[in-house]
Design a protein around this ligand. Sequence first.
Ligand code: NAP
Length: 405
Amino acid sequence: MRLGLGHVVLDPRDFRLEAFNAGLKLLDRHWVEVLFRKLDQRIAGLAGEQVFQVHPEPFDPSACSVNKRCAVSNAIPASMKAIVGPQPDGAEELAVVERQVPRPGPGEVLIEVAAAGVNRPDILQRRGLYPPPPGAPDILGLEVAGTVVEAGEGAEDHVGHPVCALVAGGGYAEYCAAPSGTCLPVPEGLSLTEAAAMPETMFTVWVNLFERGFAADGDNVLVHGGTSGIGTMAIALGQLFGLKVIVTCGSDEKCTRALELGAAVAINYRRQDFVEEVKNATAGQGVSVVLDMVGGDYVPRNLACLAEEGRHVSIAFQRGAKAELLIPDLMRRRLTLTGSTLRPRSVEFKTMVADEILRTVWPYAEGGRLKPVIDSTFPLDAAADAHARMEAGEHVGKIVLEVKR
Ligand SMILES: NC(=O)c1ccc[n+]([C@@H]2O[C@H](COP(=O)([O-])OP(=O)(O)OC[C@H]3O[C@@H](n4cnc5c(N)ncnc54)[C@H](OP(=O)(O)O)[C@@H]3O)[C@@H](O)[C@H]2O)c1
């Protein structure tokens, strides 16, 4: 196939393509300028390799004409809409700003964002309580899904592919740079909105429940916040890997939803004593792992829920950063206290987790047995409403910003 660009005829061999039926799309970060007086030279030679990228979609030559600066359809613009934190005075202060489109560095890709997941840590960042780690952008957002439109050295294979990605920041934007190692292919049958709702909770639950907590087939586990983004993912993964997931929720309605989603037991922590209920649900044995996002005075009560050799994994401390423990109890029952926070971990670590998830969990997503629970979606411009929804605490599952509607 030969493609025409104004007066100039391009041939796939100009781009060192082996497949002669490949569709071509010319991409320039701003404009592609074709010099009329140099028609006798090959375009590829004129413009330099970085101007051109090869995509599986057909290129529309009508968008360009010779001897003009011309916008190429789907060209990457110089600037983009983004939501920047912190805005310390509340959700309504979140404003859409204009930012430069990031350039992917070596090993990175640039994703044209279709959707970005909203997570509780974004609320903390907006309030100034959770600054981005060094090197991360101040744009909010820890997970995205979209199409890779540009790649740095070593990540070229991803260009043109739909992916979802874990990022250390930058998700609430039209474009987001991501390490190629933390990108996962969008599973067949999942929308980009659903895919955007997966990485942050998937990585967090995988690392903390299975790796740090050593949850294994047949284990009873206790997960607080059963209808949270994290809680719904823990229920889903627990079902796939043979766990009996006991959850706590703040209302009977949420308990009902958690049971519908696959929790074995749902405890309304506002009117039931979860320590007693866990004892009842486990015939007095206790659970192997507690995944705790509450902290404070919950910690000694969580320890009381653990079986001998049980593991307590902290991922947040919504009720306080300090806890009082009985050390002899830890010793007598050989309990383990651990915890982690995902965002500041190295790209190498996150890449290793992505590889594990790809091998172990992704086949279930590909097979339609794993989907995130979507509570609601908002356009990017309404990020403040999305935050307000999360802060109201009425959501079940994930809130997602749809950047391209
Ligand atoms: N360490 C990490 O790497 C990491 C990564 C991601 C997220 N996190 C943390 O994980 C938590 C969940 O994140 P998310 O994005 O899924 O947020 P989310 O959907 O807003 O969930 C917050 C949850 O906390 C629950 N909760 C609050 N107080 C509670 C209490 N006293 N007892 C039981 N549950 C209580 C709420 O339950 P009710 O609404 O039923 O009251 C709600 O389900 C957040 O604290 C976040 O900071 C940690």
